[in-house]
Design a protein around this ligand. Structure first.
Ligand code: SF4
Length: 358
């Protein structure tokens, strides 16, 4: 039986970070101000979560938010020791952290190993030095390459976080970042299209006309392409789009940029739409009624939010109607014109289909 995943989040705010990236307002993202967590905080939060977990739960303690391996070494050890205590007891199954590429050395990784760290996510954001400079990241492409290599060498699970749409970037540069990241063989990836958050330098740049955020459509397009590249290389994309939380909401904290509360859903819909278009491209469908047969779980991706994919298909192929027939446990999507099968694709091919269309 697959265990249910439970994440115990410990937010490590800006304290660990020597930098001020133009897009970052860590205070807002963590929702915790600049108060540093302590060993006691870790113990309290694990005890709280412990009440809700059982042997069917896979529990991960996650040090998120700042640059974990850059925080004061004594505090780092205090937090790690609290985590290791619960890992040794079998309450916590794994420990993860996120950090900056220039905060990784052999010594730092030896320390993480000693305390049972399993997964290290690197905020590489871009692998273009000019983009990194314009974003005031304070590290280089080479720092990301070296850190990834060291994390792999020490036997950790490697995560990459990338941010399409940073200042100075282009679609070409963002795709190159993705391909260069793939060459480093990360085990998992998060794709966070850049948002312009209040109280950041990026907002000043936007207001002065020095930065143009991606539109929602552009961000969905580029994320679909990046997601597809990772997927065809069997790299797990664990998140697309910034987490929607009480503190990150359009109109509240997001001043500009491609925010959507269900961003990943939009990306998945785009991938399915492309495969539907590819499957039908040689058909003469004027004024016809097509039926799409697919697994129940795929229906929302195929139809799109507010039937957006249905509307696009009708427009592109001048269809009279699109309807759906639900199947159970099927990976194949089949399209009929009355009873005649006119196209099909396996859901595993949506990524390659999308790349073929670019
Ligand atoms: S490295 Fe991370 S925490 Fe530090 S300023 Fe940049 S985004 Fe914020």
């Amino acid at each position: 039986m697959n265990k249910k995943m439970k994440i115990i989040p410990v937010f490590v705010p800006h304290i660990g970070c020597p930098n001020d990236c133009v897009f970052c307002n860590q205070k807002k993202i963590t929702g915790m101000g600049t108060v540093a967590p302590s060993g006691k905080y870790v113990r309290d939060i694990v005890e709280e979560y412990r009440k809700t977990i059982n042997e069917d739960t896979y529990t991960e303690l996650a040090f998120f938010g700042g640059s974990f391996t850059a925080i004061d070494i004594n505090l780092q050890e205090e937090l790690l020791a609290a985590g290791k205590h619960y890992k040794d007891m079998g309450v916590v199954d794994s420990i993860r952290c996120s950090t900056r590429p220039d905060a990784i050395t052999d010594d730092i990784l030896i320390l993480q190993k000693k305390y049972g760290m399993d997964i290290i996510e690197l905020g590489i954001q871009s692998l273009d030095d000019e983009v990194l400079k314009k974003s005031n990241r304070g590290h280089s492409r080479n720092d990301s390459i070296n850190a990834s290599m060291l994390i792999k060498k020490h036997g950790f699970v490697l995560g990459h976080q990338i941010m399409p749409g940073l200042p100075g970037s282009t679609r070409k540069k963002d795709i190159k970042t993705c391909l260069d990241s793939i060459a480093m063989h990360p085990d998992m990836v998060r794709i966070y299209p850049t948002l312009t958050i209040k109280d950041t330098e990026l907002l000043n740049m936007y207001e002065e006309g020095a930065y143009k955020p991606l539109s929602l459509e552009e961000a969905v397009d580029i994320s679909a392409e990046i997601y597809s590249h990772y997927a065809v290389n069997n790299i797990n994309v664990i998140r697309i789009g910034l987490q929607n939380s009480d503190s990150i909401n359009e109109g509240e904290d997001v001043a500009a940029g491609p925010f959507h509360p269900a961003f990943r859903q939009l990306v998945e819909e785009k991938l399915y739409l492309s495969s539907l278009i590819a499957a039908l491209k040689n058909e003469e469908l004027n004024d016809k009624h097509i039926i799409i047969e697919a697994d129940d779980k795929l229906m929302s991706f195929l139809a799109g939010q507010k039937k957006s994919n249905v509307k696009k298909l009708m427009e592109i192929f001048h269809l009279k109607q699109v309807s759906f027939k639900k199947l159970n446990n099927s990976d194949e999507i089949i399209i009929y014109d009355k009873n005649k099968k006119i196209g099909s694709f396996d859901k595993s091919l949506i990524f390659q289909n999308y790349l073929d269309l670019q």
